[in-house]
Write a protein that binds this ligand. Sequence first.
Ligand code: PA5
Length: 447
Amino acid sequence: MLTLDISKATSFLAEGTIEKYAPLAIEANKALAEGTCLGNDFLGWVNLPSSLDNDFIKQINDCAKVLRENCDTIVVAGIGGSYLGAKAVIEALSNSFQWLTNKGENPDILFAGNNIGEDYLAELTQYLKTKRFGVINISKSGTTTETALAFRLLRKQCEEQRGKEEARKVIVAITDAKKGAARAAADKEGYTSFIIPDNVGGRFSVLTPVGLLPIACAGFDIEQLVAGARDMEAATATEVPFEKNLSAIYAATRNALYNEGGKKIEILANYQPKLHFTSEWWKQLYGESEGKDGKGIFPASVDLTTDLHSMGQWIQDGERTIFETVLSVENTNHSLLFPNDEENLDGLNFLAGKRVDEVNKMAELGTQLAHVDGGVPNIRITIEKIDEYNIGQLIYFFEKGCGISGIILGVNPFNQPGVEAYKKNMFALLGKPGYEAETAAIQQRIK
Ligand code: PA5
């Protein structure tokens, strides 16, 4: 089971501070369970893992089977919550050199619709010319420009390369039950489609078809992923007392550090390159949930030890407004020994015969102690290994922690009003019909 160590964070707080936040965390968890918090129309994720039955998992796996049998490449079009969960899990579980080692047993999973880079899309289009590719179009609203733009290109290319009839078999929509362009296209063309529940927001949607279908297409065991999340759902339920409720403790600690310790930035640090996108997913989850009403911890991330040689100086010695949350992995999936070298030119023979992971673990421990000495409170989250079950636990641990934390902070953790501002300006600048007044106003500003 995932473990949490806050001892090196509480040492930065006055005695009794966490105890002060405990009742707030308990109340917040209760509000999530009873639906009495702000944003209570978006609480479908709270009991989601325990509500997913075998039939649902089978439907996803059946659809994945069709895509896997008919495609060598699957492009997932989506952005934000309709992208990051699948990307994070697939990256974490895949071979680091999947690109180069894939002998065709699994389709390559590519992502698009998460940017508007012309070079990216042009190069993708070029790459796909020789591929038997399929598309999973994911958009809850069905109106997101980045995703819609990519889907237009991908659908056209897929139809041109495979013919309309065959394309219909390998294009899948994951969207709202009724609204939006993605739903309209799916209904008109007869694509297989899955519904994103109304009450699950994008950044909490990885355990819906949004995350599960791409993950199943990549060849991973979604049943185990859900099982891990389900166990964490039980372990963080309201009946579980604060001292054992890991999400509640995490939420209480970060709020205590923010309010009482003046720590405005949380840096999520991993020591496994495969977890880079787990941090990206986490940043969206916490950033979009908490950064509002002039409040919120800024979620940042580093990949270590890589970034000790870039951001390490700042973390050790910069402004003391940060705390660090280390995402630690107890056991690696491979074993590799540090080799002996007769000449010992680099002087590292004292490490010969040791596991590479032992060196990594000592780097992790040494860094933790150094950062604590440098005035950086430290929270440590440890998962047993990187596999479907443990990643499932981690996902739900962070989701529950986020819901509780946002409620303690006093914001609605489930909306994202700030995301609209750039869209409004972009549409005004591009002259979208209906935006005439905004276009005139913005033209004045940029004269
Ligand atoms: O978490 C969220 O709600 C957002 O990040 C959305 O997922 C993102 O904006 C994409 O939206 P949509 O799925 O409607 O295209």
